[in-house]
Design a protein. Structure first.
Length: 347
């Protein structure tokens, strides 16, 4: 089967996040299953087992996408448009052929967080009003995303949920730090609300002590570092091995996002036995079983209260971590790709 994918970023991009991890794994696994996969992405582009096409820069990719398709992939059996806000609108120029809209999460208010007024207005209109009417078939990465699409008017029968996968846990892991260690792994962008987490940490730290480590980079890093938060360290981008080491050593994974498509980092922490404390928001509530594999908070006060309680209860953290580890074993990229393949082939 010939599969063509339009994506916002390549996994090699410094702006890559969970969406790019999912696309890379999906394309790789589908290639291993014998399909002919092509991914069209803007620069920079890394080396992959599937074919990649350069679609220009971040903004010009939307203009180049049709040319890449007609020049290199016009015989594709299916095109997948990966939506991270602004759609590619492939059905408008690829008529009477199958195109699937792959959605991680509905951005909605994140347009206002990230872009200036006029751009945010146009972006929200295209995502919330036009996209649901252009595409006929959707893949969502979580029940929360599916529900969000239904809220935009997409018929439930047009949506298939294909959950994210997960790599196997590293064979060798460090033990938990004796000192309390709280870790956040995220792109440092407004929707992750890291500044809010730092404000809460100022208060929580007075009671708990310990350290907060921030792993990740992004547009907000400089402003976050200028907050001069006590006992807080910014590591920037790190390799997977170091990230897994910190997650294994951590007492808790902290998740302050406004919303997620799924919350891949939550499962990455779970596979090494670390539970998460997060807000009860779309996507995140799909990745955490509240009170079993982690804790969900409805507001800032509850978040801080649970942070303090969990910091003093090592036995509960251990029980949550073990339950999280067991649940993580039910996820794999191979299984996720097989589900995706069944959607693509109609089996």
């Amino acid at each position: 089967m010939k599969i063509h994918i339009n994506a916002w970023h390549d996994f090699a991009s410094p702006d890559a996040g969970g969406s790019e991890v999912v696309v890379d794994h999906a394309a790789t696994e589908l290639t291993h299953l014998g399909h002919d996969v092509t991914v069209s992405v803007p620069r920079p582009v890394g080396a992959h087992p599937y074919r990649t096409l350069v679609s220009g820069g971040f903004y010009t990719q939307f203009l180049r996408a049709p040319f890449n398709y007609f020049r290199h992939a016009r015989n594709a059996d299916v095109v997948i448009d990966v939506i991270s806000g602004l759609p590619f609108f492939t059905p408008l120029w690829r008529r009477r052929k199958r195109t699937i809209c792959f959605v991680h999460h509905v951005h909605d208010e994140q347009w206002d967080d990230t872009y200036p007024g006029p751009v945010a207005i146009v972006g929200k209109f295209l995502e919330l009003k036009v996209m649901p009417r252009v595409y006929r078939e959707f893949i969502a990465v979580s029940p929360s995303t599916a529900k969000g699409l239904e809220g935009l008017g997409v018929r439930s029968e047009a949506i298939t949920v294909v959950p994210n996968g997960l790599d196997a846990a590293p064979a060798v892991l460090p033990t938990k730090d004796q000192e309390l260690l709280f870790v956040l792994v995220a792109r440092l962008a407004p929707n992750k609300r890291v500044a809010l987490l730092l404000d809460m940490w100022r208060e929580v730290h007075k009671s708990t002590g310990g350290r907060l480590v921030i792993i990740g980079d992004g547009t907000e890093r400089e402003s976050l570092e200028r907050m001069e938060t006590p006992c807080c360290e910014f590591l920037g981008q790190v390799d997977d091995q170091l990230r897994d080491s910190y997650l294994a050593r951590a007492s808790l994974l902290m998740v302050s996002s406004r919303r997620e498509g799924w919350g891949l980092t939550i499962l990455e922490a779970a596979r090494v036995g670390t539970p998460a404390l997060a807000f009860n928001v779309d996507g995140v509530r799909d990745a955490i079983v509240d009170g079993v594999t982690g804790v969900l908070a409805d507001d800032e006060e509850q978040f801080m209260a649970q942070w303090k309680i969990l910091a003093t209860d090592e036995a509960r953290r251990r029980a949550l971590g073990e339950a999280a580890r067991e649940r993580s074993k039910t996820f794999s990229w191979t299984r996720s790709a097989q589900l995706l393949e069944s959607v693509l082939t109609g089996d």
